[in-house]
Design a protein around this ligand. Structure first.
Ligand code: SAM
Length: 350
């Protein structure tokens, strides 16, 4: 399943233009996270600050993180209004434990992650995430590292096929990468609109399909550029290390690749028999999380009707036990093997 962002017809719109990011499953997040006065919660994906503001309203302190400088700048007013209760840090949630420790916290009461892109990132053409709004082919949340144009113009055909196929779950990946390699021989592909039109003319629209033909390929590129699956995997381990006993970990995801990682994490960490074959049996057998609800929670019908992005949302959560944190081994997630190193040398010689 693809992300609930643009593919699901984008963020809610108003007659006056795009609105700011509407927090998804906020009531359910608050029910599971249950923040109270005196507690400290890490919001690893600040975005427009919807979750952070609601947690502050409940009286808890918040350490909020975002890798996007625009999100950090946009949060200045909320930081100012919080009276010192909100710390907003530019960084990656894969390092959320180190970020909290650097601010003097050895343990926290809750961690929440709302994975993926924000409506602001999608709506701002210049950020280059969108096939609906033509802009430079960029897609970097953190605005550092290789851009989508670097990858599209320099990755070899096999790598492009894997990006679209494994990370975009696009069945027509080989046709798309073949068309890209042919088109870029005539000149680099530098705009999102150009790439979207190329994909559309190559694979067309599947009968009865509501999403744009470029949805999956764009999703794959975005996940690759931002190392999103690796960030999620490391972020879960980081949360395990920093949560105190009784601390809550709440994760909202928007497509099956992300949800599978969170599901596997809780199976490994909360499962009675599962454990990890990479660890000694005694260590693996002790659950580091309790899972009050094993099944994923979906958005209510009312929310899904009001906000297309909520339709693909899934929430999973767990409560930290007293057991010591285990070594984080990403092998448990069986992530697709795709590395920026495969693209870098070619992109750097341009
Ligand atoms: C879906 S939005 C979060 C929206 C937020 N919950 C709200 O209510 O406004 C996701 C945000 O997480 C940020 N983000 C994504 N991956 C990240 C990472 N690995 N580290 C830090 N921030 C990340 C994005 O830049 C984006 O601003």
């Amino acid at each position: 399943m693809t992300d609930g962002g643009e593919g699901a017809s984008g963020a809610p719109q108003t007659a006056g233009g795009p609105v700011r990011h509407v927090p998804v499953m906020l009531d359910e997040v608050l029910d599971c996270l249950n923040p109270v006065s005196g507690e400290t919660i890490i919001d690893g994906t600040f975005g427009a600050g919807g979750y952070s503001a609601a947690i502050l309203d409940r009286g808890a302190d918040v350490i909020a993180i975002d890798r996007d400088p625009d999100a950090i700048a946009g949060g200045a007013a909320l930081v100012g209004a919080s009276g010192g209760k909100l710390a907003l840090v530019a960084g990656e949630f894969a390092e959320l434990d180190a970020i909290a420790r650097s601010r003097g916290y050895d343990a926290v009461d809750g961690v929440v992650l709302d994975i993926g892109v924000s409506s602001m990132q999608l709506d701002e053409a210049e950020r280059g995430f969108s096939f609906r709004h033509d802009g430079p082919l960029d897609m970097r949340m953190g605005q550092a590292g290789l851009s989508a144009a670097d990858v599209v113009n320099h990755a070899d055909q096999a790598t492009l096929t894997r990006i679209f196929g494994l990370l975009g779950e696009e069945r027509q990946a080989p046709r798309i990468s073949g068309a890209i390699v042919k088109a870029r021989a005539a000149g680099p592909i530098m705009r999102t609109g150009e790439l979207a039109r190329l994909i559309e003319s190559t694979i067309g629209k599947r009968p009865g399909e509501r999403i744009h033909p470029a949805t999956r390929a764009f999703q794959g590129l975005r996940i690759f550029i931002n190392g999103e699956l690796e960030q999620l995997a490391e972020g879960l381990f980081a949360a395990e290390r920093i949560l105190k006993p009784g601390g809550r970990l709440v994760v909202v995801t928007f497509h099956s690749l992300e949800d599978r990682i969170v599901k596997r994490f809780f199976q490994d960490r909360a499962g009675k028999a599962a454990g990890s074959r990479h660890l000694p049996q005694t260590e693996a057998a002790v659950p580091v999380f309790d899972q009050p609800q094993r099944a994923a929670i979906a958005a209510s019908e009312a929310e899904a009707a009001a906000n297309p992005r909520a339709r693909s949302a899934k929430l999973r959560w767990g409560v930290r036990t007293r057991a010591p944190a285990r070594k984080g081994d990403t092998a448990i997630f069986k992530l697709p093997r795709l590395s920026m190193e495969q693209v870098k040398p070619r992109a750097q010689t341009r």
